[in-house]
Design a protein around this ligand. Structure first.
Ligand SMILES: Cc1cc2nc3c(=O)[nH]c(=O)nc-3n(C[C@H](O)[C@H](O)[C@H](O)COP(=O)(O)OP(=O)(O)OC[C@H]3O[C@@H](n4cnc5c(N)ncnc54)[C@H](O)[C@@H]3O)c2cc1C
Length: 366
């Protein structure tokens, strides 16, 4: 009989949450295996394009711990880029056209209401907005979120995983793990008997957490979203991503494409892209950037599920009845902004006993 290989921590799921947890584990001098039935970025974090937008939501409310989380993720993206030389992100800002007078008032209010750092937000009135961004359709002025990043999730996470495996992270991709408990250890079976064991397991499986019996007591809610990437023969003359009922991601590093996203299905049968959502995204592109669609040479659809809690905040912490089992999840629409910070808080809680911030702690549901 072959004995299971021992690690300090088993991480399930190689999205932004799982890879960040594995990174934090290695940084605290512990050993770690990460397991994913797909590949890094096989879930929602692997979106072809995502925005790191600290002024999200209809009213451009400042995100929780916006400055700190933004610093943490932006310096990390830069680090992975420097290690791999792979271009997968750009800090190119986000433009938020105000589609109604009411939204325009909310945006203007956001600037004074939320105590933003100098230079993060700029309100642009209707006339100036039309002059500076003549390609944008109907608007009542708009907000420029200057501290914002466009990131290609699939490419980022692939590179992130590569860097971590050079630092002795064991990666197991493409095999479905079954988790079970034996005495005071957690074991993972990949189909031929127990392969790995650890005292600590972190569940970072995203949408899978909703199906898990362990987390039934959490009011996790799935929202399916679809993203259409349109390709062009010529570079687009649009430098800044847009956020307007979903988003439109562009950057100079992939200047011949635009990814149009919207997350809107609360009840869905399967996880694949649908023709209805494709038609909706096409209309959205036409409405916001009139004339662009006709120049496109092709389009690819992608769909996935993000998980939220009623308070729209992440959750991290121990299972109340299963010693050694932890969760990081419900990253909602700000997974890229908050994922890394939440992961490091979780590992500090496990190994240094530093309690997580109450806003994201699992204790708020116990
Ligand atoms: C259409 C769409 C657009 C989005 N846009 C943005 C955006 O612009 N900005 C932003 O910040 N966020 C955005 N999000 C949200 C963001 O993607 C999520 O908050 C974030 O990806 C969640 O990360 P995660 O690591 O928790 O989950 P995931 O990225 O889903 O990772 C979970 C991983 O677990 C794996 N897994 C599943 N079952 C198991 C199992 N049994 N064992 C082991 N592994 C398993 C999966 O294969 C997957 O790789 C978007 C989401 C969607 C759906």
């Amino acid at each position: 009989m072959i004995l299971p290989e021992e690690f300090d921590v088993i991480v399930l799921g190689a999205g932004i949450a799982g890879l960040s947890v594995a990174d934090a584990v290695l940084q605290s001098g512990k050993s770690c295996v990460i397991i994913d039935p797909k590949k890094p970025g096989g879930g929602a974090s692997g979106a072809p394009a995502l925005l790191i937008n600290p002024a999200a939501g209809r009213r451009a409310k400042k995100a929780w711990m916006a400055e700190k989380s933004f610093d943490i993720i932006s310096s990390h993206l830069l680090y992975i880029h420097q290690q791999t030389r792979s271009p997968f992100f750009e800090e190119n800002g986000i433009l938020r056209p105000a589609l109604t007078e009411e939204i325009a008032s909310d945006f203007k209010r956001s600037i004074t209401k939320y105590n933003w750092n100098e230079g993060w937000l700029e309100w642009i009135d209707k006339e100036n907005f039309s002059q500076r961004f003549p390609y944008i359709g109907n608007h009542h002025g708009g907000l420029m979120v200057k501290k914002a990043i466009t990131v290609y999730g699939d490419s980022f996470l692939r590179n992130y995983s590569k860097i971590l495996s050079k630092k002795y992270l064991r990666t197991v991709y493409g095999q479905y793990p079954t988790l079970f408990k034996y005495k005071d250890k957690w074991l993972v079976d990949l189909g031929g008997g127990a392969e790995y064991e650890a005292g600590v397991v972190v569940d970072a499986t995203g949408y899978q957490q909703i199906q898990s019996d362990y987390w039934k007591f959490l009011p996790l809610h799935p929202v399916k979203g679809q993203l259409a990437t349109y390709y062009f023969r010529e570079p687009l003359n649009i430098k800044t991503s847009l956020s307007s009922l979903g988003y439109m991601a562009v950057s100079s590093i992939r200047s011949r494409q635009i990814s149009v996203e919207s997350t809107y299905e609360h009840h869905f049968e399967d996880l694949k892209p649908t023709p209805q959502a494709s038609a909706f995204l096409q209309k959205k592109l036409e409405k916001n950037l009139p004339g662009l669609l006709g120049r496109s040479s092709g389009c690819r659809q992608w769909a996935s599920v993000r998980i939220t809690l009623p308070d729209k905040m992440p959750v991290i912490g121990p299972h109340p009845e299963q010693p050694g089992l932890f969760i990081i999840g419900a990253l909602g629409s700000k997974g890229m902004l908050h994922g890394r910070m939440a992961a490091f808080q979780l590992i500090r809680q496990i190994y240094e006993g530093i309690p997580a911030d109450k806003e994201i702690s699992i204790s708020r549901f116990l």
